[in-house]
Ligand binder design. Structure first.
Ligand code: IPE
Ligand code: IPE
Ligand code: MG
Length: 236
């Protein structure tokens, strides 16, 4: 394995529907297999020494899918939290959720809160799941929170102080920025995921449909990362 292990991998888990369609199955069958891939990749990340894994599970725009598909996705999420929290805890995984909780069913929010509380002291892998999440919404709410602080203080900070305080208002103040943004299924777009945080992420697009994604595909992503030359705007 490469010596340049990334600290933080973010993944847009895409291609469940096409995986099912190719087999003549309903899209929901693809989502069910997608959960199995998610479990594999979480375990593999931990085994490979990745410290932070952030997964796009449901976008703020995914509500516009057919009602029964949304219901199935929420049902799978509920099941994942019920069945996996204990295993994640045993594996030393800290689970957190980013996104707008207000849009989620109350019982799902309760499961998330319980999992977050149970696993809060774990350090083997920081697993963050983005649910009802949108990058633009995140940036807008951060700007709103900054504005509220200004109103409360009765004055504007200077520009440098404003810029320094801004990232703490995002949903990810205690996560390092992703080193890699992976998207499965061959699509090459960001779809409103971690817009701010991916400013200098290396993008890796995999043709593999998410339900087929496994440990070897993750290793290939890490191998690809090792070949990249990151400059962050500077000259070497
Ligand atoms: C990703 O697979 C799962 C979610 C977005 C929730 P898709 O359902 O987007 O699968 P495709 O893109 O239609 O193949
Ligand atoms: C992005 O995938 C959201 C998740 C993977 C959860 P989509 O399948 O919803 O994105 P678009 O619609 O193809 O851009
Ligand atoms: Mg998709």
């Amino acid at each position: 394995m490469s010596f340049v292990t990334p600290q933080h991998i973010a993944i847009i888990m895409d291609g469940n529907g096409r995986w099912a369609k190719a087999r003549g199955l309903p899209r929901t069958a693809g989502h069910r297999q997608g959960i199995e891939a998610t479990k594999r990749v979480v375990r593999a990340s931990r085994d490979m020494g990745i410290s932070y894994l952030t997964l796009f599970g449901f976008s703020a725009e995914n509500w516009s899918r057919p009602k029964d598909e949304v219901q199935e996705l929420m049902g799978l999420l509920r099941m994942y939290l019920q069945m996996e929290t204990k295993t994640l805890h045993q594996d030393g995984v800290r689970l957190r959720m980013i996104g707008d909780r207000d849009g989620l069913d109350r019982d799902i929010v309760t499961l998330i809160e319980k999992a977050e509380a149970l696993t809060r002291d774990n350090t083997a892998l920081h697993l963050t799941i983005a649910l009802n999440y949108g990058g633009r919404q995140e940036i807008t709410q951060a700007a709103y929170a900054m504005a509220q602080d200004c109103v409360a203080a009765g004055q504007m900070p200077d520009k440098a102080a404003f810029a320094a305080a801004f990232p703490a208002k995002l949903l990810t103040p205690d996560l390092p920025e992703p080193d890699i943004l992976v998207r499965s299924s061959g699509e090459q777009r960001i779809s409103n995921f971690l817009l701010w945080q991916c400013a200098y992420a290396e993008f890796v697009f995999s043709p593999v449909l998410w339900p087929d994604f496994d440990r070897d595909h993750l290793a290939a992503v890490i191998g690809e990362f090792a070949k990249r030359d990151r400059r962050f705007g500077a000259v070497k």
